[in-house]
Design a protein around this ligand. Structure first.
Ligand code: 3H9
Length: 708
């Protein structure tokens, strides 16, 4: 018997444990080994029932995504052929009990649904997350799931990709029991009981009654499509999943499976699938840092000190409290701390209203946050995060205090979005402990955490920051200490090109419409209004943008700030905002733009949507290539992770650098050269972009060569 599956006998029950670390994926050989183990147990007269479970920390987490990636890129691999295996399991003459702990995802849940019974540990989760990879369930998940949980729930699970918790799974009909205590023994006990009770044991594919909806099938499908359009805008796979579920409801089982297979094959061959699989591995690659290994010492952070109870400090406190970390939240004055706590309470109230948390869970979280005006207790925390106003002198002063109060070895982090970590570290005697932890607003919601490594930052400090990121549910991306780090540095050329286009004849809403149609969550003018125009204004001054002789400078943004039009918070910015807080075009702003353009003698022209997208995005991509070339980002894929998780770039386009690859770097480079000729020096192409274009390589190939 292959090592991929271990079989043991507990009384009259054969326990088959899938053993393919790290997550028991259905890699080549695993389905065959499961099939052989089941067949062996069925043939063994001493076996009365079979339990299938996962060895290690989880049940089966799905098909091997490396194999799917090969398929998506046409590299010859095929999806695991599970049809035969699932039928054999379901047709087994002895009861097969699927015992789920950890996660049963994708192909893992599909295997589980072929069993006659399913039991799970209380903290187990089950889901069909294939849409997150741009595909649909390909091993009859769209056919068996609705037969267990009904059409509506199946649509919801396959469209959202979100896993279901065990308790909900039991209520929905996906599970037969939750088990407690010794997991394996409990599953064996269950298997012995069903074997004793005798057959016939239920086959999921034979069920019909659950192919139900609360209204008509058409209504359920329409609701599913509306959900897909809302939460997975522009994505093809969720719509295909609904089509496959429709087949389950309207066709005999085998025909439904054939339809599912066709739709699966279509989705796996798509650009969206390649982009989303790229992002799956990009997020995991971001955690691999040269010089940081499993042996690097990491502080197990159980308590955090946060300095500054404003928007950022409060959001960071909530992110930590949500993850069970206790927080000392300090500000200089009682009024400031009280205001911070009031905002935190208000935010949590909204979560309760939306059903995200129970009032008890909120009380527990708030109880973990301790407001204070002094440094009491800071001597025992492992991590201090400074989140005061974005001003270098102020931050230096706070760091001088922090280093005195914190215990030796504690990590000292700054939430700066633009300032130099090396400058900040220079006022402390231990730069090895200083690091940037740049959260994105709202910090309790946004997944991105830019981890800024200064020149003195130690590997242990980086490892601790990455560990905290994971613990609080963020994607940590380690970046270098360049101006604006990765995200904001790239944002500026993107934002300025948008403003220049407006001066040349486009309107803010036209630009925003083009960008949101491309897939961005929001247009850049709307983003600017949300972040506050004063924020970018201050950074422009601080970083000395446009000081080069002859540099073109946007004409309107400063004027809007001087008029007190800071965006949403003042009700006016690039747009005007009413009660509903929705942006509306403001003729006053258009007049201002046209007047400024006339005075500066800027020629006016018509912009097509594709011109807008190209110019804005190529500004972003060219800066990304410069960042990569300077080593400020370790990989092109890290930049993609930053843009997806912090800036609302569409996941199904795979991030800006991946998008550039799909256009082709030679064309991107040629277009940027043309922009340089037409629009000037600021469009000088990055050397790395030129080099890759000349070698006809992609950013993905660049990353792969460097990873070795
Ligand atoms: C599918 O099943 C299609 C079917 O319908 C059948 C079609 C015929 N394959 O995330 P982590 C690796 S589609 C290969 O850090 P965690 C991962 O890259 C699939 N590798 O751990 C990482 O490697 P490394 C549906 C996988 O504890 C390591 O395992 N299933 C796979 O935070 C640890 O991962 C999914 O979409 C895989 N399936 O989270 C599930 N999964 O250390 C995707 C993980 O070298 N996976 N790896 O970087 C997950 O959601 C999380 O990994 C999981 C564990 C929750 C399981």
């Amino acid at each position: 018997m292959s090592e991929l599956v271990r079989v043991e006998r507990v009384n009259g029950v054969a326990v088959v444990a899938v053993n393919n670390p790290q997550v028991n994926a259905l890699s080549a050989g695993v389905p065959e080994a499961i099939g052989a183990a089941i067949a062996g147990a069925e043939a063994d007269p001493a076996v009365r029932a079979i339990v299938l479970m996962g060895a290690g920390k989880t049940f089966i987490a799905g098909a091997d995504i490396k194999q799917l990636e090969d398929m998506a890129w046409g590299r010859g691999s095929a999806a695991p052929e599970l049809h035969g295996l699932l039928q054999e399991i379901e047709d087994c003459s002895k009861p097969v009990v699927m015992a789920i702990h950890g996660t049963a995802l994708g192909g893992g849940l599909e295997v589980a649904m072929a069993g006659h019974y399913r039991v799970a540990a209380a903290d187990a989760q089950m889901g069909q997350p294939e849409v997150n990879l741009g595909i649909i369930p390909g091993a009859e998940g769209t056919q068996r799931l609705p037969r267990l949980v009904g059409i509506e729930k199946a649509i919801e699970m396959c469209v959202s990709g979100k896993p279901m918790k065990a308790k909900e799974g039991l209520a929905a009909g996906l599970l037969d029991a939750l088990v407690e205590g010794d997991f394996k023994q409990a599953a064996v006990n269950f298997a012995e009981a069903v074997a004793k009770r005798g057959g016939p044991h239920p086959k999921t594919r034979g069920r019909k009654a659950e192919l139900r909806t609360s209204g008509t099938l058409e209504e359920a499908l329409a609701a599913g499509r509306a959900l897909a359009a809302k939460i997975k805008r522009n994505q093809a796979a969720p719509m295909k999943a609904i089509e496959a579920i429709q087949a389950a409801a309207t066709m005999p089982y085998e025909e439904g499976c054939t339809r599912e297979r066709q739709l699966f094959q279509e989705s796996v061959a798509s650009e969206q699938c390649r982009a989303l699989i790229h992002m799956f591995f990009a997020e995991r690659a971001a955690g691999r840092i040269p010089g940081v290994s499993k042996d690097t010492p990491v502080l197990a952070v159980g308590q955090v000190g946060i300095i500054g109870a404003g928007t950022m400090g409060g959001g960071i406190a909530m992110a930590c409290a949500n993850a069970g970390i206790s927080v000392l939240l300090k500000d200089t004055e009682r009024k400031a701390v009280d205001a911070g706590m009031a905002t935190i309470r208000k935010n949590y109230e909204v979560s309760v209203q939306r059903g995200r948390f129970t009032p008890e869970a909120v009380a527990e979280r708030i109880g973990r946050i301790h407001p204070q005006t002094d440094y009491a207790g800071f001597e025992s925390v492992d991590l201090v995060i400074e989140a005061v106003f974005e001003n270098l002198e102020l931050k230096k002063k706070v760091f001088q205090e922090m280093v005195k109060m914190a215990k030796p070895g504690a990590v000292l982090a700054s939430n700066t979005s633009t300032l130099s970590i090396d400058e900040i570290a220079s006022v402390t005697p231990r730069p090895e402990s200083v690091i940037g932890m740049h959260f994105f607003s709202p910090a309790n919601v946004m997944r991105l955490l830019e981890i800024v490594k200064g020149k003195g930052t130690s590997a242990a400090t980086v490892a601790t920051a990455l560990g905290v990121a994971k613990k609080i549910g963020k994607v940590g991306v380690v970046v270098g200490n360049c101006e604006g780090f990765v995200g904001n540095r790239m944002m500026f050329p993107y934002m300025y090109e948008a403003q220049f286009m407006v001066e040349e004849g486009a309107t803010p809403e036209q630009v925003d419409r083009a960008l949101t149609r491309f897939g961005w969550a929001m247009g850049i003018f709307e983003v600017d209004d949300m972040a506050g125009l004063d924020v970018a204004w201050r950074i422009r001054k601080e970083l000395g943008h446009f000081t080069e002789p002859g540099a073109r400078r946007p004409l309107v943004a400063d004027q809007l700030c001087e008029m007190g039009r800071y965006g949403q918070k003042t009700g006016r910015g690039w747009y005007v905002y009413g009660e509903d807080r929705k942006p509306k075009p403001d003729p006053e702003v258009l007049d201002l733009i046209r007047k400024a353009a006339k005075e500066a003698d800027i020629a006016q022209k018509e912009f097509r949507e594709e011109d807008i997208v190209e110019r804005a995005l190529y500004g972003l991509i060219n800066e990304g290539a410069k960042i990569l070339e300077e080593g400020c980002a370790l990989r092109a894929s890290d930049i993609d992770v930053v843009y997806l998780n912090g800036y609302g770039f569409p996941a199904w386009r795979g991030g800006p650098m991946f998008y550039a690859d799909t256009v082709g770097l030679p064309s991107v480079y040629e277009r940027i050269r043309q922009f340089e000729k037409d629009l000037g020096q600021r469009w000088k192409p990055a050397n790395l972009l030129r080099k890759l274009a000349e070698e006809r390589k992609s950013f993905r190939e660049y990353d792969a060569e460097r990873e070795g």
